[in-house]
Unconditional design. Sequence first.
Lengths: 317, 301
Amino acid sequence: MRSYTLNKVVQYVIVLVATSVIIFTMVRLGPTDPVAVIVGGKQTSPETIAAIRHDFKLDRSPVEQYWIWITGMLHGDFGTSFEYRQPVGFLIKERLPVTAGIVIMSTLISVVIAIPTGVIMAVKQHSLLDTGISLVELILVSSPPFLTSILMIWMITVYAPTFSFTGTSQTFWEFVQRIFLPSLALAFSMIALNANVMKSGMVEQLHSQFYRVAKAKGLTRTKIVIRHCLRNALIPVITLLGIEIGTLLVGSVLVENVFSLAGLGSILINAVQKSDYAMVQGVTMLLVFVFMTISTALDLVYGLIDPRIRLKRGTVA
Amino acid sequence: MSLFHLRTSTKRKLKSFFTVPTIISLTVLVVIVVTAVFATQLAPHDPNAIDITAMLEEPSSTHLLGTDKDGRDLLSRLIVGSRITIISAFGVVAISAIIGIPYGLVSGYYGGLLDQILMRISDVILSFPSLLLAFIFVASFGRGIINAVVALGIVYVPMLARLTRSLVLVEKNKVYVEAAHSIGYGDWRIMLVEILPNCISTLVVQMMLDIGYAILDLSAMSFLGLGVQPPTADWGAMLEDGRIVITSAPLVALAPGFMIIITVVTLNIFGSGVQAYLDPTQRKLPSLRKFRRLVGAANVR
């Protein structure tokens, strides 16, 4: 057990360091001159440029810059944005609630819809209902979340014009209302995946020995499914949720854009367009960090719960 | 075996290939590809011709699908847009195949330390949430469709490399590889001429499905303004144009959106049809593919 945990933690740290190096080098590989981004096309004297280079620590060597960036992030200092001339950490903190809210809410929505759907599909396997749901799922998977969002906005303006979904929010309830539609749009693409995994897990359970034993002892089907099969079939779904966090974080960027919400998405895309790479590296590193932390944490929890995973994965890694 | 036998068996094989969903999806795909190839000839109007006297028009006999906010003919933009969308999706998959397949071959064939190193590198790329790496690439090298294609091509490498590697690991212990060794064939010859042809069918199916994902990802990039630059028509960029006028002229966004969904759905159905034909024991739901990709990414960590 200890070696499994240690292995995972070491891997986690190595991957984080490697990704930070990749992010740091990649944003600097291109031809864009950061000073030009900071100045923003204005006429500037060489002295001002030198001062800017000094202020933004661009006159240091790349290794030094990397070190400043990494140690800074450990203290919560993400550097200074070229475009806004404000601390990246502050800008992130301001916009984090929206992105985090959308990710959490869409996960909840997809779970609440996908689990019953998956169970129904498994119980009624090969029926017309099963085929019908599969077809709907295929369409949902093939529809990018920003397209779903646009469709939603259209339908709301046509059928429910009184529902307000944009603008700033004062209360918590208003905040939930703002992020509900983007979360729903994002959840749609996840529902299909989750329901399918739920279904295949459930089908496996329905063909198991213990199902037959329970049936022979006279339990009703509903009771067996809910009390015994569901628990086992849920495990792969939870694993999948951990992986989906990555997709959701980027998906959130897309839907925030459609609904004009002030989340991480808008500053990230703006920074990408303007080559504000202090911002790009801060936001991307944060997203990778969140994604890696959640999936590693899930791995560790599994190791605790299920010794089979611990042993199998431990020997492979 | 007599000729008669041979004929019936091919016939039966073909019959199992031409199921109703496969035929329909194949027809739709052929139509889409032919439209993309002959786009400039088929488009009734110049897709970039701005006409401010005909902004956001309803569908009519001159403009079959109406016009967008600059008075450009929507149908023409849709047709011409299909070309750039499909060519760039092919480009993404081609780049990932050119790098990913040799990567996986070498990794699986040689094994050992080299394999360890190559797989750790692909782990690191996989630890970026999808599209994020492409964002960073574009931030550094600038916006534009070529940069978006290259970026996504690199992002798609690890998955294909992993698939190739897993296929090679199965194949390399088979007798024919041993035979090739004992004849004295070189490593590259064994990899490319002996092993690769035995893996290619699975790889082709995966690449076909990847084209679908590439269309989705590319349209996301163009939608965010990081891919195709105006005034060039592309389904993703057209969606962004339509988003602004969704309340007054919904068709401007709905038409490209519909095309994206149709193309990806048919690619999925056709891909899984081909897969079922090649490997009848593994009939899986099409959407499960994406799950396998995701889980493949998770298991390696």
